[in-house]
Design a protein. Structure first.
Length: 449
């Protein structure tokens, strides 16, 4: 029997019931939200989280553009804007070539990726903390975040990154805990490579988190760290070669990558820059307030205040007592991984209010560590009482805040059966939609992505 089915079968009955309920609730929410009749609700146009058209209809439009040409004539199948890794873009193109006339089939596939990712999240949390309760709370918390709820029907990079990120961590924990079997290290490298081919966002944070797991399991290995470090290097080279092919030359590709790297980090412009050469997005005031900006980004996509996470980790340290340094030092690497994107990609963070999503694993681990420490100090016979006393009010709050209100609206719209056609969101997008173009690359305005 495969390892994962065996692990799931060995769970307690109450845990299995929880997982089934969580799965049903998430899928009900995600599938109803993906229906065309619900795609134009006001909440889907909130720029804070990332416009729905950006994550679904724009990707579908690009897929249609590429699928309208012979397969071998398209040079950028798996890159986005001729500079970003984009397996999701290739998948979207294949759906259109297979006959999809709406993004819904691709959205259902993406929901499947979310499901796999959520189950893997539970499994690696359970292995990491040796606790079904801690893993269950971590999963429940993840399902309450705007990050997962809002992007549950996206066909952008989010479901791909989430699924293979969790697969990477699961495989690496199996490698660390099951006697360093080579097969699990190979599986880790493959999954990590796919994460890197899905988008830039998890190159650094995944590597740092894998190192944190070594510290947590007290199995530091320079050899393994070097092997894992080669994965994003290979992924970067693979992406660059795709850009070289798409832009017909090494020099063109190098210029594109340098141009966007300079802009996305410190909002600099190289000579002859093509990325908004006459416009800057980050000023002195933005830099001064950057820590506040990062906090706001994190709170927006986590759904909770930074003070809440700080309090939970502080409580975890107190509960750990004299063993706090040994038990909690690995969390310093986790927190570093959680903010690593914002430490490098300053302009991107300032521009995009949804940029806080890229450290979601740090939020989950802070919550999981707190629950695990609490479970450790509470007598086993009192654990069910503590879970009910703390868990039920929080569950009722989250369900009312994130699920009940939205689900009732989704169900009402689905019953009405009035399908809302997909239209560009703004005048600028409508103008761009009217322009006919045969180029694989969008206009410079679109390069703000």
């Amino acid at each position: 029997m495969l390892p994962i089915p065996r692990e799931l079968r060995n769970l307690s009955r109450s845990t299995r019931c929880f997982l089934v309920c969580a799965c049903v609730l998430f899928n009900l929410f995600a599938v109803l939200r993906a229906l065309p009749v619900n795609s134009r609700l006001p909440e889907n146009r909130e720029p804070d989280h990332g416009n729905y058209a950006r994550n679904v209809y724009r990707v579908f439009k690009l897929a249609n553009r590429q699928a309208s040409r012979p397969f071998l004539d398209v040079k950028n199948h798996a890159i986005f804007f001729d500079r970003n890794p984009g397996m999701f873009m290739f998948a979207a193109e294949l759906f259109v070539r297979a006959g999809a006339t709406t993004p819904l089939p691709n959205q259902l596939f993406a929901i499947g990726l979310w499901n796999v990712g959520l189950w893997l999240l539970f499994l690696w949390l359970r292995r990491l903390f040796r606790s079904e309760l801690t893993a269950s709370v971590g999963l429940a918390f993840a399902l309450s975040t705007p990050f997962i709820l809002y992007y549950s029907s996206s066909i952008h990079h989010e479901p791909w990154c989430f699924c293979f990120f969790n697969l990477t961590l699961y495989c690496y924990l199996r490698y660390l805990q099951d006697g360093h079997e080579r097969g699990w290290l190979i599986a880790t490298c493959i999954a990590y490579f796919i994460v890197c081919q899905s988008y830039w966002h998890y190159y650094m944070s995944t590597g740092i988190l894998l190192l944190a797991l070594q510290v947590r399991e007290r199995k530091l290995s320079l050899r393994d760290t070097v092997i894992l470090g080669l994965v994003p290097v290979l992924a970067t080279l693979t992406t660059f070669l795709q850009v070289v092919y798409a832009l017909d030359g090494f020099d063109n590709a190098l210029f594109r990558m340098k141009d966007i790297a300079a802009a996305r980090t410190l909002d600099m412009r190289i000579e002859n820059s093509r990325w908004f050469p006459e416009r800057k997005f980050v000023g002195a005031e933005d830099l001064r307030l950057y820590p506040v900006t990062v906090v706001r980004r994190l709170e927006l996509l986590s759904g909770y205040s930074i003070a809440t996470f700080v309090s939970m980790w502080f409580a975890s340290i107190v509960l750990a007592g004299r063993a706090a340094w040994q038990r909690q030092r690995w969390m310093l690497l986790v927190l570093f991984a959680g903010v690593s994107w914002h430490l490098v990609m300053i302009q991107h963070t300032v521009i995009h209010r949804f940029a806080g999503m890229y450290g979601w694993f740090a939020w989950v681990l802070v919550v999981a560590v707190f629950v695990n420490e609490l479970q450790r100090v509470v007598r086993p016979q009192h654990v069910p009482v503590v879970v009910v006393a703390l868990g039920l009010p929080l569950a009722a709050y989250v369900l009312q805040r994130d699920y009940v209100t939205r689900l009732s609206g989704y169900i009402e719209n689905a019953r009405a059966g009035e399908v809302v056609a997909a239209k560009p969101e703004t005048k600028r997008e409508r103008a761009k939609a009217r322009r006919q173009s045969t180029s694989d690359t969008l206009s410079e305005d679109d390069m703000k992505e």
